[in-house]
Ligand binder design. Structure first.
Ligand code: 13P
Length: 267
């Protein structure tokens, strides 16, 4: 039995962490949690996510329509983006959006996080692509993010911020921390003369570890055909189908087929 109040408290706790770690400024960022097929809890729009109490949290249906909200509170303006993730990723139970300093700087510079610089980032995230710019609150961001959802659990939003999701609120939040840590390390190592990247075989061994441990979520290692047969992939300077830019026909095709299969299976 889901204790809604406990989940609301957890959302407030994560809001505090995001705010206190400087991953959002002012009233930025938003968080949601799936509590049923047609019910989701989400942060309200236009408040500091670092100072919320459970009464702030709104409940919406899968289309973002309000099911319950206390007086003075309306669901996040980015609720459509969250709902698109839940719709296309039935394994996801929580979505976090923030503007962490370094990751957002990469999103503004148009540089995806594709360099293999440390084992943890390679295992946990693989590459982090950039979804093309969209106007906040419109369908543009959900549409831009959609093509990456079947391959990644973390996406940069061009000129905007970062989006992470997972099977629990804590895991979605941890992914945001990992993205920011990776971006920070990449930035700093660039100042120190450029990172010394892991070799292709070192990356392949890390991908293998991830497969062996059966880690949950989506990761380029699971679908990157280039990575499997040793051809250039996003972690070896090449741009594999899954990890390439929005124009990648192969990546689009894989996403389309995956979506169709999931639909056939009723997922
Ligand atoms: P909300 O307060 O409406 O959730 O918006 C914050 C934000 O970061 C928009 O990108």
């Amino acid at each position: 039995m889901i204790n809604e109040y406990e989940i609301k408290k957890e959302i407030c706790d994560i809001g505090k962490r995001i705010y206190n770690r400087g991953m959002v400024a002012s009233n930025d960022g938003n968080i949601s949690v799936k509590i049923g097929d047609h019910e989701f809890l989400c942060t309200p729009t236009g408040v500091s996510k670092g100072f919320m109490t459970p009464e702030y949290i709104c409940k919406v249906d899968e289309n973002g329509n309000v099911l319950q909200a206390n007086k003075g509170f309306k669901p996040s303006s980015e609720i459509k983006m969250h709902m698109r993730v839940y719709k296309e990723r039935p394994d996801v139970n929580s979505v976090v959006h923030a503007h962490p300093m370094y990751a957002t700087a990469f999103a503004i510079a148009g540089i995806p996080l594709t360099q293999p610089i440390m084992p943890e980032a390679v295992i946990a995230l693989g590459c982090v692509p950039i979804a093309e710019y969209g106007t906040p609150s419109t369908e543009e961001i959900p549409n831009a993010v959609s093509k990456y959802l079947q391959h990644f659990d973390a996406v940069l939003l061009e000129n905007h911020g970062a989006l992470t999701y997972g099977d629990s609120l804590l895991n979605a939040y941890h992914k945001m921390e990992s993205v920011e840590f990776y971006a920070q390390l990449l930035f700093l190592s660039k100042q120190l003369g450029g990172p010394k990247e892991l070799s292709r075989s070192q990356v392949e061994r890390l991908y293998e570890i991830r497969r062996k441990f059966g880690m949950k979520g989506k990761h380029p290692a699971d679908i990157c055909l280039n990575a499997k047969d040793g051809k250039p992939n996003c972690h070896s300077g090449g741009r594999c189908g899954a990890c390439a830019s929005a124009s990648s026909a192969e990546g689009d095709l894989v996403a389309e087929i995956t979506k169709k299969v999931m639909k056939e299976l009723g997922l």
